[in-house]
Design a protein around this ligand. Structure first.
Ligand code: THU
Length: 154
């Protein structure tokens, strides 16, 4: 028996975003300034919106021992969970700069970050809306579960 997985997502312009989404996009763009990425020169910022209306930001942190570095999404999500363990993350925005310029295409979270993000959806029972910023388009995804089908469970 064949089974399929598909999901609908939106490709938007800035003018189509609501105030909360704009605030989150601005927060992740500003968060890029906290990036430490001397090895890749790829600077990423992330902003997590909590259900208490607080926004927690993060940026990628690289290390000379490459695997010791951390993506912006996990820096932001772990900081949000550590600082506000009783508040559910309800949205996440990501932006990236290459050579000081925001990317045209949106950057999508890596597999390890998707795993961390889906843990939050399961832990709090709340889906996380994902906003991916690019200068050409903004992608809006309703839930991290869409980005990680058949995710690991035991
Ligand atoms: N990176 C992120 O911070 N988030 C992503 O979604 C993709 C990759 C970082 C890791 C590394 O510091 C640099 O971007 C290049 O891979």
């Amino acid at each position: 028996m064949d089974k399929t997985f598909s999901f609908i997502y939106k490709s938007l312009r800035l003018s189509e975003l609501n105030d909360v989404q704009l605030r989150l996009i601005n927060a992740c763009k500003n968060a890029v300034s906290g990036s430490y990425a001397p090895y890749s020169n790829f600077n990423v910022g992330a902003a997590v919106l909590l259900d208490n209306d607080i926004i927690v930001t993060g940026a990628n942190q690289e290390n000379v021992a490459y695997p010791s570095g951390m993506c912006a999404e996990r820096v932001a999500m772990f900081a949000a969970n550590a600082g506000y363990p009783n508040s559910a993350p309800i949205a996440l925005a990501i932006a990236a700069c290459q050579n000081g310029v925001f990317t045209e295409k949106p950057v999508t979270p890596c597999g390890a970050c998707r795993q961390v993000l889906i843990e939050s959806e399961k832990r709090f029972g709340r889906s996380i809306q994902v906003l991916l910023y690019g200068t050409d388009e903004i992608i809006l995804i309703d839930s991290v579960a869409d980005l990680l089908p058949l995710s690991f469970e035991f």
